[in-house]
Design a protein around this ligand. Structure first.
Ligand code: HEC
Length: 101
């Protein structure tokens, strides 16, 4: 609610051409590891979500801990997506180490 809703909406619905929805399960599955990097470091390359291309920039979230990111990813992928698995603290730690930034 406090970190993501302004752009992605309270139900992860996104906003017009500006902000992509957080509901694309295929994207989530393919990018499971990368999602931690997107939240920590933001994103600026274009991305295709539900067949639509988005080219805006997402800001970084250096204030969020790896545990916060694990909770957030579990929340969005199970509530907005249909995943039935959680992100552990350890999984996010390893993913952030592998971001290469
Ligand atoms: C200032 C607006 C803004 C905020 C705040 C924001 N995002 Fe984003 N987000 C974007 C934009 C814009 C993109 C697409 C970036 C691109 O095209 O490179 C994006 C892309 C994404 C993606 C990958 C594409 C998708 O739709 O699945 C994920 C996952 C994501 N954001 C999650 C989050 C989470 C979780 C938060 C809160 C911690 C958050 N974002 C906060 C604007 C924002």
């Amino acid at each position: 609610m406090s970190h993501c809703q302004n752009c992605h909406g309270s139900k992860g619905e996104g906003l017009a051409q500006l902000y992509p929805p957080l509901t694309d399960n295929e994207y989530f599955k393919k990018n499971r590891t990368k999602l931690s990097c997107i939240i920590r470091y933001g994103m600026k390359e274009s991305v295709v979500i539900h067949g639509k291309t988005y080219k805006n920039q997402m800001p970084a979230n250096p204030q969020l801990t790896e545990l916060d990111i694990a909770y957030i990813l579990t929340y969005i992928t199970t509530n907005f997506g249909t995943s039935d698995s959680i992100y552990s603290h350890n999984e996010v730690k390893e993913a952030i180490k592998a971001c290469g930034i």
